[in-house]
Design a protein around this ligand. Structure first.
Ligand code: ZN
Length: 290
C-alpha cells in the first residue's frame, strides 16, 4: 500500500514542480538592491531597466524609474528599509520607456531631472510615428522639470552627485550620473555587454557620435565601475571594448559600401542580431556621402 502511494505522489510532485518552474519563465523578477557602498546601490529586477539609488545626508536620489507601479512600489519600499530620508530627486538617464515610464508612479513631491534633449525627445512621436503619450496633460507633473546642458551637481547635504552630458549616442539626451567617492558611473543604455548597442536614429541617436561620446566619458571620469540599464556592472576595459566594437563595425560597413555592395549584401556579412545596428551605420555613412 505504502509503495503504491509513493508511486502516485512522487510523479505528482514532479509534475507540480515542472509546471511551477515553467510558470516562472518570463516572469518579472522582484526588485533587488545591490550594494556598491553604504550610500549607493544598483537597483535590478522589476519591469524596466536597471537603475540606482543614492542615500544623501538628508535626502535620496534615484536613477531611472522602472516602468510599472508594482516595480516602483518595490523600489520605494526597498528604500524605506535602508533610510528614513525622503526621496527628493529622480534622475532619468534618457527618454526610453523602460527608464522613464515609471516616473508617474512616484509621489508628486519628487523632482524629476534629465538632460534638456531627453525632455524634448519625450514629446516626439514614437518609432512608428504615433504621438507621444507624454503630451497627455495628466503626465505633465512627471515630465522632468529640471534640465541641464553640459554638467550639473546635485547636493544632498554635504554629498555631491555629478550629472554629466558627453554628447549624442544611443539617443540625443543620454546622461551619466557619477559618484566620485565610489568611482561609479551610471550610464543608462550607453553600453550593452551581451547584445549589440542600440542606437535610436529616430530620436537622433548616432553611432559615430556614440564613439566620441563614450571616449569623452572615459577621458573625463575617473570611474572604475559602470552600471547600465541591461548589463552587469562593468569596468573601464568593457567600455573601451564597446567603443572598439562600434569602430570595427563602422569600418567594415564603410569598406563594403566602397566596394559597391548593397545593404542586403552588407547585412549578410554580420550576425543576425546586429542587423538593426548595421542598418543604422549604413544609413549614417550613406547620408554623409551625400
Ligand atoms: Zn533601456
Amino acid at each position: 500500500m505504502e509503495k503504491k502511494i509513493t508511486l502516485i505522489v512522487v510523479p505528482l510532485i514532479l509534475l507540480l514542480f515542472a509546471s511551477y518552474s515553467f510558470s516562472q519563465q518570463g516572469e518579472v523578477q522582484p526588485v533587488e538592491f545591490k550594494k556598491i557602498s553604504d550610500r549607493l546601490y544598483e537597483i535590478v529586477g522589476g519591469r524596466g531597466a536597471n537603475g540606482g539609488v543614492y542615500i544623501g545626508d538628508n535626502a535620496v536620489l534615484i536613477i531611472d524609474a522602472k516602468m510599472d507601479k508594482t516595480s516602483v512600489d518595490q523600489v520605494v519600499e526597498g528604500i524605506k528599509k535602508i533610510t528614513d530620508n525622503p526621496i527628493k530627486y529622480l534622475v532619468n538617464t534618457h527618454s526610453d520607456g523602460d527608464h522613464i515610464g515609471g516616473n508617474r508612479y512616484f509621489p508628486g513631491t519628487v523632482t524629476f531631472i534629465s538632460h534638456e534633449n531627453c525632455r524634448k525627445e519625450l514629446f516626439h512621436p514614437g518609432r512608428d510615428g504615433s504621438p507621444s503619450e507624454w503630451n497627455k496633460p495628466e503626465l505633465a507633473p512627471f515630465v522632468p522639470s529640471l534640465t541641464f546642458r553640459d554638467e550639473m551637481d546635485v547636493y544632498l547635504g554635504s554629498k555631491k552627485v555629478e550629472l554629466w552630458y558627453f554628447g549624442i549616442g544611443h539617443t540625443t539626451g543620454d546622461i551619466v550620473i557619477y559618484f566620485s567617492e565610489e568611482k561609479t558611473a551610471f550610464v543608462g543604455d550607453q553600453i550593452f555587454l551581451t547584445r549589440p548597442q542600440l542606437i535610436h536614429s529616430y530620436k537622433g541617436g548616432n553611432s559615430f557620435e556614440y564613439v566620441k561620446t563614450l571616449t569623452k566619458m572615459l577621458e573625463t571620469l575617473n570611474a572604475e565601475k559602470f552600471c547600465s540599464g541591461h548589463s552587469e556592472i562593468a569596468g573601464r576595459e568593457a567600455i573601451r571594448n564597446c567603443i572598439e566594437q562600434m569602430k570595427k563595425r563602422q569600418e567594415k560597413v564603410k569598406v563594403l559600401i566602397e566596394k559597391g555592395r548593397s545593404f542586403e549584401e552588407i547585412k549578410s556579412e554580420f550576425e543576425e542580431n546586429e542587423a538593426r545596428l548595421i542598418e543604422t551605420i549604413y544609413n549614417e555613412i550613406r547620408s554623409s556621402m551625400g
